[in-house]
Write a new protein. Structure first.
Length: 77
């Protein structure tokens, strides 16, 4: 496990991402305290399939009426 400061991340982002993609776990620190981890995606993490997304979207309530009116009212709140 490698440690890197936020400054290191800003300057060497592409190098750190390459290392993470090769399996290295990089702990990002701010003032010596760990705040984040940069790690490779596991092989099991994949983008959701379209059929899974449609099930997700179907959980939301259907809008009644004109969507432009709904957006305008929401924006003007």
């Amino acid at each position: 496990m490698r440690k890197a400061s936020i400054r290191d991340l800003r300057i060497h982002a592409s190098e750190l991402v390459r290392e993470a993609s090769e399996g290295e776990v990089i702990v990002i620190e701010r003032r010596g305290q760990p705040v984040a981890e940069l790690r490779p995606l596991s092989k099991t993490q994949k983008k959701p399939k379209f059929r899974d997304m449609s099930r997700f979207w179907n959980t939301f309530p259907k809008l009644t009426g004109d969507s432009t009116q709904f957006i305008s009212e929401d924006r003007d709140r």
